[in-house]
Design a protein around this ligand. Structure first.
Ligand SMILES: Cc1cc2nc3c(=O)[nH]c(=O)nc-3n(C[C@H](O)[C@H](O)[C@H](O)COP(=O)(O)OP(=O)(O)OC[C@H]3O[C@@H](n4cnc5c(N)ncnc54)[C@H](O)[C@@H]3O)c2cc1C
Length: 455
């Protein structure tokens, strides 16, 4: 085995499912690995909505990358945001947390930077309708949801309280459905006896989607079941409906029939679309790689970039055979890309092996006792699916302590209807604004274009 100094250097951009699984495999090879991530943690995104609604803590759904690789001396973790690459010099340019620039040399590169929330060209909606991609997003949502109940409790009239007790969710995919179910559960179980002026159970949860059904990717039978469950819970489904405007006080929607409606809702949450991060475009320009409609990088069947056999792409940011942006694709593609890199280094392979995705199925939580699961020909819903959903998520959560902690939190919530993580930051994490007033503290960051929210 070569000495460490002469070992090939592999840079992995992103420590999500694709980057983590790749780096774990590379850690056992004769290489020096640098994992560059702009958060420094591996985040289990499928449980973000439970963190946002106070069921799980930030710590229970994350694991510091540095800690995960503490036993692998050949893996270095760097907290930095990659901004571009120079394929001729084989260098990644990144920005440190203090804004200074950093250059990292590589022999092999794996891009696994995931995707970002997309507002379909309406980025002006973002300050009023946080997406759900990061811990910051989850805490912002927690602040808005719990803060809305607090605001309503202080207001004298039903008319004034109503917009604060109206929660509008955009996007009826798994994340929107899961979030709707959790907000409903929060209102009807967790907060039931904790307020004196308002009845939290009177909260309205509205779910908007331009398509014909919630959880459409699960097929007609499970989607119909999800519609039935959501309606039974009291979640108001608005299908064939497009959101045309969002501001601090609510949203404007238009239906397929052409009618337009204004809805007063002080909490609007966005779970509708994704787009590749700016880094993908920078890499596309530097390498001459194509991008799909959402900006994801088009890869060769072996996951390398055409004409660049030392650069690989894995996970959500790769575009190949219309594969979905799900955790299984990310994990399997990360492992495959790492295998290709090690194959070149250890066995001198020059031709790549095609990536073949094994679809192990998918699952979505709707409410307590209700979930949907599909795996091959198997379709499940109701309590059995809910149990399977729990097993899958505990199984994939990173770290034994996180698994034990999540299990304990779930059992406590089920038996006592209480949630531990109900603390929320007073300031908006995105804008720095003081909660609910739209004003920013002296010395704080400039205010986003909020209207004055003061009641
Ligand atoms: C709310 C939510 C719920 C989901 N639920 C499910 C589910 O139930 N089942 C399922 O299969 N999938 C689910 N998914 C999708 C799944 O989480 C993703 O497919 C998966 O996380 C993709 O892994 P990835 O490694 O490609 O990207 P990510 O997990 O997004 O990781 C990318 C990493 O790269 C970092 N990064 C980004 N840009 C840079 C940069 N420029 N420089 C350095 N670092 C960077 C990010 O901070 C992040 O750590 C869900 C996603 C979300 C958001």
């Amino acid at each position: 085995m070569p000495e460490p100094a002469t070992r090939p250097r592999v840079v992995v951009i992103g420590g999500g499912f694709a980057g983590l699984f790749a780096a774990r495999r590379l850690a056992h090879g004769p290489v020096e690995v640098s994992v560059v991530d702009d958060t420094g943690v591996h985040l289990f995104q499928p449980l973000l909505y439970q963190c946002a609604t106070g069921l799980l803590s930030e710590g229970q759904i994350t694991a510091p990358l540095r800690r995960l690789f503490r036993r692998h001396a050949n893996v270095t973790t760097l907290l930095a945001k990659a901004t571009g690459i120079d394929p001729a010099l084989r260098t990644v340019t990144a920005v440190r947390p203090d804004g200074t620039e950093l250059h990292i040399d590589y022999d092999y590169l794996l891009v696994a930077a995931g995707v970002e929330q997309s507002y379909f060209g309406h980025d002006e909606f973002a300050p009023h309708a946080p997406g759900m991609k990061s811990i910051d997003d989850a805490l912002s949502i927690r602040r808005r949801v719990l803060g809305a109940f607090e605001m309503a409790e202080t207001l004298p009239t039903t008319e004034q309280r109503r917009p604060w007790l109206t929660f509008a969710l955009v996007g009826a995919g798994p994340t929107g459905v899961e979030l709707a179910g959790q907000i409903h559960e929060l209102a009807t179980h967790t907060l039931r006896r904790e307020f004196r002026t308002i009845d939290p159970a009177e909260a309205r949860v509205l779910l908007f989607d331009g398509g014909a059904a919630p959880l459409a990717s699960f097929g007609t039978k499970l989607s119909d079941g999800a519609t039935h469950t959501l309606q039974r819970l009291g979640v108001e489904l608005h299908l064939h409906t497009t959101v045309t405007h969002v501001d601090a006080a609510g949203l404007q929607v238009s239906t397929a029939g052409g009618s337009s409606q204004r809805i007063d809702a002080r909490t609007v949450l966005w779970t509708a679309g994704v787009a590749a991060p700016p880094l993908a475009s920078a890499i596309a320009r530097a390498t001459g790689t194509g991008q799909d409609r959402t900006g994801r990088l088009t890869v060769q069947p072996d996951l390398s970039l055409a004409g660049h056999p030392t650069i690989y792409v894995a996970g959500d940011v790769m575009s190949l055979d219309k594969l979905p942006g799900v955790a299984e694709v990310a994990m399997q593609s990360g492992l495959h890309a790492a295998g290709q890199i090690l194959g070149q280094i250890q066995h001198g392979r020059t031709t790549g092996t095609r990536f073949r995705y094994r679809n192990l199925g998918s699952a979505a939580y709707i409410s307590r006792g209700q979930a949907v699961v599909q795996a091959g020909p198997l379709r499940m819903s109701g309590t059995p699916a809910w149990l399977v959903w729990g097993l899958i998520h505990i199984g994939f959560l990173t770290g034994y302590r996180n698994r034990a902690g999540a299990l304990l939190s779930w059992l406590t919530t089920l038996t006592l209807a209480s949630r531990r993580e109900l603390v929320f930051p007073r300031r908006d994490l995105d804008t720095g604004d003081e909660a609910f007033t739209g004003t920013h503290p002296p010395g704080g960051p400039a205010s986003s274009p909020h209207t004055d929210d003061t009641p």
